[in-house]
Design a protein around this ligand. Structure first.
Ligand code: NI
Length: 627
């Protein structure tokens, strides 16, 4: 028996799901499997499981694309009964682009005489050195594209060293690829730009540095975590590792053991969608806006991590299982990394008179996975701290999208990063989704601002700081923006439990670096990624509201997801609340980002606020006793 209802699907379960769909759905032979992943039990099912051990049926969510009919279909397989319990055509949508489609256009486009001719015009005749990549096309309403399953391709020449396929960009050449019929629909050619010189080797010209000594992390007594299947206990934290083919790493059942009681904080946490709109309107560049989660899938793109390279220290790896487009399981070994990290000082007090001090070091539990999508690499890191803080961080690396620029020209909407190579201004917008359960399912949302109080009899010296807290009681008013002038943040409070001071127990969402989109709100991508325009959203839990740009962002005309859901304006006070946080990371690439970008970080935190009665980390042994 599978150990827990939230355990990711096994290889056998994926095979069972695929064979049930093949046998029972009526799909023809050239349909492919976009997604086979755990159909997670909802909150009621999990509540019953926790209360009396009632196991929900083990189910797989399956989505397929049928080429012959250009239809996207979805359903649910009851794995125990080996039965397809629902199966529906979803009209007017396109399935995600699986890895097999992502590489499909390369060989076919290279055999198309129009593409060969366009490359020859640029002096490129050795097609074995060319990369033609299948990017989701967006939806711009062009008449010859309506209703077709398409890709908008970008082209490069591999560098001399052979280690950078994106090394020499071919500007202005975009085969438009019909993915249904697997033919080039047309070739968009906006004019020849000379191939830039080769500066792309991902290795130094003068050899590796020799002055770096070994750094060893030693845990002679082993790690402080306990692992049981996908369940983890560490320093009073409880968390369950989950996996979803689309989102990749998912965390379930986050709770903290307080005086023997396991107090729930979040049912589920994930990075649920992301989009990277590029800011250059010329040629075909306006079509570049990658929804890496919803258009391609992060879970299917997870790296198999390597000890000593991706991870250092005493590592526990979790394996997961993805699948190929035939529905065959494709296990990903070491897909999720977990380890402890020293994180500097946690707290310190020095007695000025005696010189005695107490200082304890902070240790954090790190749970992470890394997804490689084309040229770019995203690390998704989750942190649990001994003071009750939960953090999440993006680590962005890989090769910034390069394009060629004619000699002597300056890019208006980007920056030169190498001779003849520009990279366009863009944003990486991440949407985190948190199913909150701070001390239970009945939660509420509060917004806090600060401002200078007016001068008056109560504030004669003008130093008074007004602390403004207001409830966000309904979904429409809970779509909010960060305001640095007011130190704005939000907290999720328990509707049922108070601390020793009588305050509701709570967790506060503490934003980090962020910005707003610089897209015009009427742009096609803004319509499809409405979640970008607010930093904070709160909705009432609905098991079908998983992805903030909707279930089918690929070629979607827009309007789906969060902006649509909150029109219902459901109440939030004392309800089962889901919080969505948008982290917009702005990026104008630098020369130092070429040929591969040192990691840039973007993060946010959840801090306990009145969840505990005092500092919960007083009991951490000091590194060295001074008394
Ligand atoms: Ni970037």
């Amino acid at each position: 028996m599978i150990e827990h209802p939230l355990t990711p699907l096994t290889a056998d379960e994926i095979s069972t799901a695929a064979s049930c769909v093949k046998a029972q759905s009526g799909l023809d032979d050239n349909a492919f499997f976009e997604t086979i992943t755990l159909d997670e039990p909802d909150h009621d099912e999990m509540a019953a499981f926790r209360a009396n051990g009632t196991r929900p049926a083990r189910r797989a969510y399956v989505c397929c694309y049928e080429r012959s009919s250009n239809r996207t279909l979805r359903g649910v397989v009851d794995l125990g009964a080996e039965r397809l319990v629902s199966w529906d055509h979803v009209p007017g949508v396109q399935a995600r682009i699986p890895p097999e489609e992502f590489v499909l256009s390369d060989a076919i486009a290279k055999a198309d005489p129009r593409v060969v001719e366009a490359l020859a015009k640029r002096g490129i005749t050795d097609l074995s050195k060319v990369l033609i990549e299948t990017w989701a096309p967006g939806n711009f309403g062009h008449a010859d594209e309506v209703g077709k399953r398409l890709a908008y391709c970008h082209c490069w020449v591999i560098n001399e060293a052979g280690d950078n396929r994106y090394g020499r960009p071919i500007a202005n050449l975009h085969p438009v690829f019909d993915l249904q019929n697997q033919v080039v629909l047309r070739v968009d050619d906006f004019g020849v730009v000379p191939l830039p010189p080769d500066s792309a080797a991902i290795r130094p010209a003068d050899g590796l540095r020799r002055d770096i000594k070994p750094l060893t992390i030693s845990q002679p007594e082993g790690p402080s975590f306990e692992v049981d299947g996908y369940h983890v206990r560490w320093q009073r934290w409880n968390v369950r590792i989950g996996y979803n083919l689309r989102e990749g790493l998912v965390l379930h059942d986050i709770g903290y053991e307080d005086d023997g009681e396991l107090r729930p904080i979040m049912h589920r946490a994930s990075m649920a969608e992301m989009v990277v709109p590029y800011g250059d309107p010329t040629g075909g560049n306006y079509r570049r806006n990658a929804f890496d989660t919803g258009e391609y899938g992060l879970g299917v793109a997870l790296d198999s991590l390597k000890l000593g390279c991706d991870c250092l220290g005493h590592i526990h790896y979790f394996d997961v299982c993805a699948h190929n487009w035939d529905g065959e399981p494709t296990p990903i070994r070491n897909a999720v990394c977990m380890h402890e990290e020293d994180y500097g000082l946690l707290w310190k007090h020095t007695d000025a008179k005696t010189g005695q001090f107490r200082a304890v070091r902070s240790r954090r539990l790190v749970i992470s996975s890394i997804a490689t999508i084309g040229n770019y690499v995203y690390g998704f890191f989750w942190y649990f701290y001994q003071d009750g803080t939960i953090g999440t961080e993006i680590k962005a690396t890989g090769i910034p999208f390069p394009t060629a620029i004619p000699p002597g020209e300056d890019p208006k909407y980007g920056a030169m990063i190498a001779p003849g190579i520009a990279s366009h201004v863009h944003q990486h917008s991440f949407s985190y989704r948190f199913e909150m359960c701070v001390d239970g399912d009945r939660n509420a949302v509060r917004e806090q601002d600060f401002e200078a109080a007016p001068l008056g009899p109560d504030n004669p010296h003008g130093n008074a700081v007004a602390i403004l807290e207001r409830p966000l009681t309904h979904e429409a008013e809970a779509a909010r923006e960060i305001d640095v002038t007011r130190s704005r943040s939000w907290k999720i409070v328990s509707a049922d439990r108070t601390n020793a001071l009588g305050q509701p127990t709570a967790y506060r969402l503490v934003p980090g670096q962020n910005t707003l989109p610089y897209l015009h709100p009427e742009s096609a991508v803004a319509q499809r990624a409405g979640f970008m325009f607010k930093h904070f959203w709160a909705t009432r839990y609905d098991r079908d509201e998983l992805y903030p740009a909707g279930w089918y962002p690929n070629q979607h005309p827009g309007g789906d997801g969060l902006p649509r859901w909150i029109q219902a304006d459901r109440p939030l006070e004392g309800e089962d609340v889901v919080v969505w946080y948008t982290l917009n990371f702005h990026h104008l690439p630098r020369p130092e980002d070429w040929p591969v970008q040192p990691i840039v970080y973007a993060s946010m935190h959840w801090m306990p606020e009145g969840f505990f009665d005092q500092n919960p980390a007083l009991d951490i042994p000091p590194g060295a006793i001074t008394e």
